[in-house]
Write a protein that binds this ligand. Structure first.
Ligand SMILES: [Zn+2]
Length: 138
């Protein structure tokens, strides 16, 4: 279901609670909401009003879901200017060009741990979404 994007900074600044297999509907709502936006590369669950650590991002037109994502290692920092659906102005942030991310994937009702190495744009949008899970706004 398409949800409204939350802009309430007090709500968005709360660290997200761990996601569980019962949150599959939240992941679907995130995918639907991301698809309905004109330009949206990533979305975290708190941006649709659910304070759980789930993110979605658009990997070359293929939407992906990560439960409980975290950065395991990061290399090659650079400065980036980012926009956010939940914020009205752009922000300057430090991102890493090359990251390893640990996350969980929902398979047959169970969360299985995965690890992926991301670079460049994909790495950047996932870092942005993981920041949302920490309650950090760019
Ligand atoms: Zn954002």
């Amino acid at each position: 279901m398409i949800k409204e994007i939350i802009k309430d900074e007090e709500f968005l600044k709360q660290p997200a609670e761990p996601a569980t297999p019962e949150d599959a509907e939240v992941a679907q709502d995130l995918l639907d909401t991301m698809a309905a936006q004109e330009s949206c590369a990533c979305l975290a669950a708190n941006q649709i009003g659910v304070n759980k650590a789930i993110i979605v991002y658009d990997d070359n037109e293929t939407p992906r879901v990560m439960y409980n994502p975290r950065i395991k290692s990061a290399m090659r920092p650079y400065k980036a200017t980012e926009t956010c659906l939940s914020l009205d102005k752009d922000s300057e942030v430090t991102r890493f060009f090359d990251v390893k991310v640990i996350y969980e994937e929902l398979v047959d009702g169970n969360l299985l741990q995965r690890e992926v190495r991301l670079r460049d744009w994909e790495a950047q949008i996932v870092q942005h979404a993981i920041d949302h899970c920490k309650g950090r706004l760019v």
